[in-house]
Ligand binder design. Sequence first.
Ligand code: CA
Ligand code: CA
Length: 257
Amino acid sequence: MKKLLLIFPLLFFTVFQLNGQGVFCHPTIAADCVTQPNYIDSVVTSGAVQNFSNAGTNCNTQDNNYAFYKNFLVAEYRLDSFDLRVALNKNTISKIGVWVDWNKDSIFSVSENIYTSASYETGVTIRVGVPATANLDTLIMRVRTAPAFTGSCDASSTGETEDYRFLVLNDMPGSIKESIVKAGLSVFPNPARGKLTISVNNSKDYLLHITDVSGRLVFDGNMNNNIEIDVSDFKPGNYFIRLKSEDDVLIEKIIIN
Ligand SMILES: [Ca+2]
Ligand SMILES: [Ca+2]
């Protein structure tokens, strides 16, 4: 068994970490992040049910610049969203990637990539939306930095990798349809193309989020009674409309074709 553990990383050029939530691969990094300091210095959430702030972490020189911050946990409801701020060493620029293992299979798939930098940057704030299908459990969120990468675990010359815990909460007791009927939420046409009209039978102020099936936020705005949205730029597929006021949450699934 010991021999197998030693040989395994050598065979696959990757490293696996048993972190209590499953076994996650983490990348092999050639240089330590003191020598090549494009490290992650802070990861901070805001607007979630439970937030964390992990600032001033500097460089992890051990284990391929990998750290599992198991005591830092963000908790958020399905179909809700929060802000995630990732800041690197301010004297450097690099690419940043963020993933969440929504289906809890211990693999960060392509569809579970929340964010990848288009170009080098020293930090970013992104909106993380929780998919309707997210596993109702404690999951792992990965943040990595590297000059170039295509996934959560490919080897790199430099960079750092940090994993965090992510608790998905369910705020949809009963069926989604019941909530819609009671609330008088109307979405038309559905399926939609071009313009989409959303309306409710009251005059409360709602926050409106539209997310795709991966939880990516594609529209973020406010609504009072009704709104017309241009969805002609949306890729065809299923989306979730979520309206949240001070005292209710309304959800509808729509198809863009
Ligand atoms: Ca760090
Ligand atoms: Ca997964």
